[in-house]
Design a protein around this ligand. Structure first.
Ligand code: 13P
Length: 251
């Protein structure tokens, strides 16, 4: 059994007061961590405030990190810094970072390795553009992304990671991949893990779907055999909506 994960990705939204109001609103209502991992990945500036206030069933994550421990990299934040603030998760390779901030398969690979060394759980994002989907090249594209991301990552370390399949055309567009479509690609990702590692490892790694996940479509996505949860943008900003999503994962 793979424990479900519902991770909110707040992106660049909320003020401090709004971030704190969210935490106070959801803290006591998040289901038992044994049943669902509920995570909020917040802008770095809020992390300390959120970690200080996280309830026993909520975990806090960052949205990116550098691949080195320290150095002259103005504006960057390292995995050891995140860990020293009690952050537990970090999103790596989100398509927006790939598109706007030069994140590449190579940097994603380095960051996964560094995150694991630093005892952060990486949420590794992969996913195709509309163009690739229309050319029917999705599985090959995503396979290459996964293989590169997991280069020199052992099977034991792969189990410490979470993958998020986020088709770029479904992010923030209101167009969700159909549950079938999402499940097919997620199965293809599991097949890549089985080929690279073994069936047992492939069956244990949690793979989430992301892209316009909402309270209205979460049940049908989670009903699929291989979808272990969701990475959620817009619908994670509102406390009630986030709670509906995490509660859907324990049904
Ligand atoms: P939306 O849920 O707003 O489509 O965003 C998805 C996403 O990018 C989560 O990382």
């Amino acid at each position: 059994m793979r424990r479900p994960v519902i991770a909110g990705n707040w992106k660049m939204y909320k003020t401090r007061d709004e971030a704190l109001a969210f935490i106070y609103a959801v803290n006591q209502l998040v289901p038992d961590l044994e049943r669902v991992e509920s995570v909020i990945c917040a802008p770095a500036i809020f992390l300390r405030d959120l970690v200080k206030r996280e309830g026993e069933n909520l975990r806090i994550g960052a949205q990116t990190m550098h691949d080195l421990d320290e150095g002259a990299y103005t504006g960057e934040i390292s995995a050891v810094m995140l860990k020293s603030y009690g952050v537990d998760y970090v999103i790596i390779g989100h398509s927006e970072r790939r598109a706007y901030y030069n994140e590449t398969d190579e940097s994603v690979n380095k960051k996964i390795i560094k995150a694991i060394q630093s005892e952060l759980t990486p949420i590794v994002c992969v996913g195709e553009s509309l163009d690739i989907r229309e050319q029917k090249k999705t599985n090959g594209f995503v396979k290459a992304q996964v293989l590169k991301a997991y280069e020199n990552v052992t099977d034991i370390d792969a189990l410490k990671t979470i993958i998020a399949y986020e088709p770029i055309w479904a992010i923030g567009t209101g167009k969700t991949a159909t549950p079938d479509m999402a499940n097919d690609t997620i199965k293809a990702i599991r097949a890549v893990l089985a080929e690279k590692y073994d069936e047992q490892t492939a069956n244990k790694v949690r793979i989430l779907y992301g892209g316009s996940v909402k309270p209205a479509n979460i049940d049908s996505l989670l009903a699929e055999s291989d979808i272990d949860g969701a990475l959620v943008g817009g619908a994670s900003l509102d406390p009630d909506s986030f709670l509906t999503l995490v509660k859907a994962a324990i049904k």
